[in-house]
Design a protein around this ligand. Structure first.
Ligand SMILES: Nc1nc2c(ncn2[C@@H]2O[C@H](COP(=O)(O)OP(=O)(O)OP(=O)(O)O)[C@@H](O)[C@H]2O)c(=O)[nH]1
Length: 245
């Protein structure tokens, strides 16, 4: 049946070919919208589901590596402009290969999910928790004062060690994580790669020192005065204005 042509400023929803997108969502186990097909609400729900699919990790629902890298780049930029302390924590489940080898991959997946939930419950809503690899997670903690960094990392470590995961009926398993952390250099434009490398080095240290521990790079508090911060803001604003056409 021919559909009447829509007014020129509107999209003809009937002309959209969405078969592949819908198939992708179905395969990923995403819930398809209940609204009337091709209504505005339905199209919005499809777009939202596709956004989720490209930015979230399917196993845990956490932010995936790609979104994490974009968020980290934004945070580097924000810290350089605001001078606020921000902490990056990287976490790795200890001896995870043994979990898979002993209880199977399915049980390993349950452990990854449980660790993800435990991390999420321990940090603030403004903190970004990501699954960046198989049994590796990362947390960006904006506006995190240097003197509380280790306490936050310790709280996450402790919370994970407390959870029990039922890996086979009636059998509870406890796992631990090692954490590494580094603060973004305040008032200095660093790079996401350098920041991650510094946090990673601390994670290797935590593993080498026996696991189930948190190691943070020592942080020197910024000695920039309020007046100097004002001058820096002024010069940054000037730069931005000069960039304008
Ligand atoms: N179940 C499950 N396992 C995964 C997934 N991704 C990666 N792995 C497994 O995670 C394990 C990681 O093991 P290793 O890198 O050797 O590290 P580890 O055993 O945790 O040892 P340490 O990190 O040194 O404490 C490997 O066996 C991977 O196969 C996943 O999505 N699900």
């Amino acid at each position: 049946m021919e559909h009447p042509a829509p007014p020129p400023h509107l999209i003809d929803a009937e002309a959209l070919v969405l078969d592949e997108a819908l198939q992708l969502l179905q395969q990923a186990g995403a819930r398809l919208p209940h609204e009337a097909p091709k209504s505005v609400a339905w199209l919005q729900a499809v777009v939202d589901a596709l956004c989720d699919l490209s930015s979230k990790d399917a196993l845990t629902g956490l932010v995936n590596r790609r979104s994490f890298e974009m968020a980290l780049a934004r945070e580097v930029d924000r810290v350089a402009r605001s001078g606020e302390a921000a902490l990056l924590l990287v976490l790795d489940i200890d001896h995870f290969k043994a979990v898979n080898d002993t209880y199977g991959h399915g049980a390993g997946d349950l452990v990854i999910r449980a660790v993800a939930r435990a991390i999420e419950q321990t940090v603030r809503p403004m903190d970004l928790v990501a699954r960046v690899g198989g049994e590796e997670f990362a947390i960006i903690l904006p506006n995190c004062a240097s003197h509380v960094g280790l306490a936050v990392a310790e709280r996450v470590r402790e919370r994970v060690s407390e959870i029990g995961v039922e890996v086979t009926p009636g059998q509870m398993l406890n796992v631990t994580v090692s954490l590494g952390g580094a603060f973004a250099p305040q008032w200095v434009r660093s790079s996401p790669l350098l920041w991650t490398e510094r946090a990673d080095r601390q994670l290797y240290r935590a593993k080498a020192e026996g696991r189930n521990r948190a190691c943070l790079e020592p942080q020197v508090d910024s000695l920039v005065s309020a007046e100097e911060k004002g001058m820096l803001f002024a010069s940054l604003n000037l730069e931005t204005q000069q960039d304008l056409p």
